[in-house]
Structure formats: structure tokens, C-alpha cells
Design a protein around this ligand. Structure first.
Ligand SMILES: NC(=O)c1ccc[n+]([C@@H]2O[C@H](COP(=O)([O-])OP(=O)(O)OC[C@H]3O[C@@H](n4cnc5c(N)ncnc54)[C@H](O)[C@@H]3O)[C@@H](O)[C@H]2O)c1
Length: 373
């Protein structure tokens, strides 16, 4: 067995530990004034069981509630098993693809109602305010990213759910090793976004160790997708540049040309999330993993786009807020633990990503009746 990987069959020590957790958990439940935590190891649902080391039974799907809308779980688990939620109207294809409900992550009672009424077993928590928008509205970011997270943590404990929360390169700061950033190192981010993500990682891990919560977290690099409009993050330029290349042919970049950051194609990000969620618990030596695919600078992605569209012009007008944030983030992620524990391997490098994004953005613009270069 690899060092740090838990045994699946409880040993004598394991059984003693479980019974201690059981008793500790019970006494804590008695002291809880409002929200009771019932996620005791022996009461976990069969999907969350830490005593089994097999993937999901083939015919049995989890029932998934997703906050913050990503629809890729629909494809995997079917519209009858997945509920998407957000506080903003989704695009028409999401409405038509399956159940979508209004749900504010600050409304604990409503989330609880959704979980109970729909027999939810997995909670996937995407709602957040991203780095640049968070800096522009710290109070709101604190509310959504921390209070909202506490709501989903409490609900996951209360209802024995497997909980996924994405983290980010923004969970590291200037004192973290940057090339590469390992899973475990100093994390002193300088944004409210990063601080709230580190808080989430630590709270989830704490509740896992104390109560057995099946908390799972991946630190995503900058995610590149044709369907998601830039959401106010520091890596947004790497999506916008494709739209500009195919419309005006001119991109104004808010980062310096040599700003190297870890990035990932959306389909790799989705696959990593599903594979990680399906991994038997006994394979996981960590609750929070880095995942990596590639690292590039604005100049490098522009050069790769020019192989297809030689006319692309990029000018650089660094924005002090986003540049300072980017300069404090890792250049590269060390994802060796994810590769070893649950077999993570990306499919897209820079060349494949650029070819795919140009094709997808071209198709999207054509479908929308917009001019394409
Ligand atoms: N996009 C990336 O490159 C990236 C990288 C690392 C991690 N992540 C993480 O992935 C998640 C999704 O990121 P994204 O890029 O899709 O961001 P996004 O801004 O597009 O999506 C966040 C969603 O949260 C919703 N939201 C805001 N307040 C809410 C509330 N009170 N209740 C319910 N929903 C609310 C928003 O309406 C929005 O749809 C975030 O947790 C983010 O930290 C994203």
C-alpha cells in the first residue's frame, strides 16, 4: 500500500478509531443547538461508505444537486438524477436539458428542502464570486464564498452527502512555492477569493477527520471553455482571446505577455471532477488535490493561435489588480498525487486546446449569426 493511503477494511486500530469518532460525534450532536450533524461513519449512505472500495454500482446513480449551474453532470448521470441550480437564468440549452431550479446558497432552508425532497446523495458546490469580482466586492465575496460554503458543509453533514467543492490556483499566495506548487505547502493568498477557498479546503478536511464527511476538493487551474462567459477571474483573458481572434482580430490583454499560469481545457476539468467523485474513498490519500494540464503565457497562446490565424494582433495593457493577483499565483501545479491516487491524466495540451477552442468559438459565432474571420 502507498504511504498515506487508508486501508479499506478496518483494522483493529481502525475499528477503535471509528468507535471513538462515533462516541465523539454523538456527544457533539447533543451539544449542537440548531443544526445537527448526523454524518456518523456507520450512518453514511452506500455511496459515501468508507468501508467499501468499489466504484459506483453500474445501475445505481447518485442523485446530485449542483449549485452554480455546471451542467456536465447531466451527461454522466442523466436528467432524472441531477438538479442544476443558480440565482441567475441559465442559457436556453440548460433549461431544456433537465431540471433547473432557483436556489440561493445563502438560503439554508431552501437548500435543505431541495435535498430532502429530491433524495440528494451528492452535493456539488460551484457557486462563488471569483478573484477579480471578489476584490471589487469583498463583503459580498465573503458572504457567498464563506457563509454559502458553511451552509453546504452543514447540509452535507446533516444529510450524509458526498460533497465536492472546487478550489483554485488562487488558494496559493506569494509565499507558496510557485514552480511547481505542491498539494501541501504554505498557503497565504492575498485575495478574499483565495482566503475563502483555503477556508473551504480546511473546513472540509476538518469535518472529514472529525465526523467522516466525504469531502472532496480539486484545485482547478484556469479553466478554458467556449460556453462559459468569463466570470471575473484572473485567467479570463485566455477565453476572451479566442473570441477576439475570430471577431475583431485584436485582443487587448490585461496581463503582461510573460505571465505564466496553469490552465486546463473544460472537458479535462469535467472528466477530472467525475473521475475524482467516482473514486473509491480508500484510494484517496488527500481530500484536496491539485490537477494540472498545461501552463502558458499570453504570448505563447497568441503564438499558437497565429498558426491558425496569422493576423491576430495582441496589445498589452496590464491591469494592476489582476496582474498583482496573477503574480502571486503558481506558475505550475504539481499534480503527482492525483495521478498516483486516482489515475488523473489530462488529454489536452496547448496545441489541442487552441485547435478545439477556435473550432468551437467559430461554430458558436456562426450559430449566433455573428461574423467570423
Ligand atoms: N473558471 C475557472 O477558471 C475556475 C478555476 C478554478 C476554480 N473555479 C471554481 O469553479 C466554480 C465555478 O466557477 P465559474 O468560472 O463557473 O464561475 P461563474 O462566476 O461563472 O459561476 C459562479 C456561479 O455562482 C453563482 N452564484 C453567485 N452567487 C450565488 C448565490 N448566492 N447562490 C447561488 N449561486 C450563486 C453565479 O450566478 C454563477 O453562476 C467556482 O467555485 C470557482 O471558484 C473556477
Amino acid at each position: 500500500m502507498q504511504p498515506g493511503v487508508r486501508a479499506c477494511v478496518p483494522t483493529l486500530l481502525g475499528q477503535t478509531t471509528l468507535s471513538l469518532i462515533w462516541r465523539g460525534c454523538l456527544s457533539n450532536v447533543q451539544n449542537m443547538p440548531v443544526r445537527s450533524f448526523s454524518c456518523l461513519p456507520r450512518k453514511m449512505s452506500r455511496w459515501n461508505s468508507r468501508d467499501t472500495c468499489s466504484p459506483l454500482p453500474p445501475q445505481e446513480n447518485p442523485r446530485v444537486l449542483i449549485t452554480g449551474d455546471p451542467s456536465f453532470f447531466l451527461k454522466q448521470y442523466g436528467t432524472e438524477n441531477v438538479i442544476l441550480s443558480d440565482i441567475k437564468k441559465p442559457p436556453p440549452n440548460v433549461y431544456s436539458s433537465g431540471p433547473f431550479v432557483y436556489a440561493d446558497v445563502l438560503d439554508y432552508k431552501h437548500l435543505r428542502e431541495l435535498i430532502i425532497n429530491n433524495r440528494i446523495t451528492w452535493l456539488v458546490h460551484y457557486s462563488a464570486l471569483l478573484s477579480a469580482v471578489g476584490e471589487a466586492n469583498v463583503a459580498l465575496a465573503r458572504k457567498i464564498n464563506i457563509t454559502g460554503l458553511h451552509n453546504v458543509l452543514d447540509l452535507a453533514l446533516e444529510h450524509c452527502l458526498r460533497l465536492f467543492v472546487p478550489s483554485t490556483i488562487g488558494a496559493f499566495g506569494p509565499s507558496s512555492p510557485r514552480d511547481p506548487a505542491p498539494d501541501l505547502c504554505v498557503q497565504r493568498p492575498r485575495t478574499i477569493y483565495g482566503v475563502s477557498k483555503v477556508h473551504g479546503e480546511l473546513m472540509g478536511e476538518y469535518l472529514h477527520h472529525k465526523y467522516g464527511l466525504d469531502f472532496r476538493c480539486l484545485r482547478y487551474p484556469g479553466v478554458i471553455s467556449v460556453n462559459t462567459p468569463p466570470g471575473g477571474g484572473t485567467t479570463d483573458y485566455a477565453v476572451q482571446i479566442f473570441h477576439d481572434a475570430l471577431s475583431t482580430g485584436h485582443h487587448v490583454c490585461y496581463l503582461r505577455p510573460d505571465t505564466r499560469l496553469p490552465m486546463m481545457h473544460i472537458s479535462d476539468c469535467h472528466r477530472a471532477t467525475i473521475e475524482f467523485m467516482q473514486s473509491p474513498e480508500c484510494q484517496l490519500s488527500l481530500r484536496t488535490y491539485n490537477i494540472a494540464a498545461m501552463s502558458f503565457t499570453p504570448e505563447e497562446v497568441a503564438q499558437e493561435i497565429r498558426k491558425h490565424l496569422p493576423h491576430l494582433k495582441v496589445t498589452y495593457n496590464p491591469d494592476s489588480v489582476r496582474q498583482t493577483i496573477a503574480d502571486s499565483w503558481p506558475i505550475r501545479f504539481d499534480d503527482s498525487n492525483a495521478r498516483r491516487d486516482w489515475g488523473w491524466a489530462p488529454a489536452f495540451g496547448l496545441e489541442e486546446l487552441v485547435a478545439d477552442m477556435l473550432r468551437s468559438v467559430r461554430e458558436k459565432r456562426t450559430d449566433e449569426g455573428l461574423p467570423v474571420r
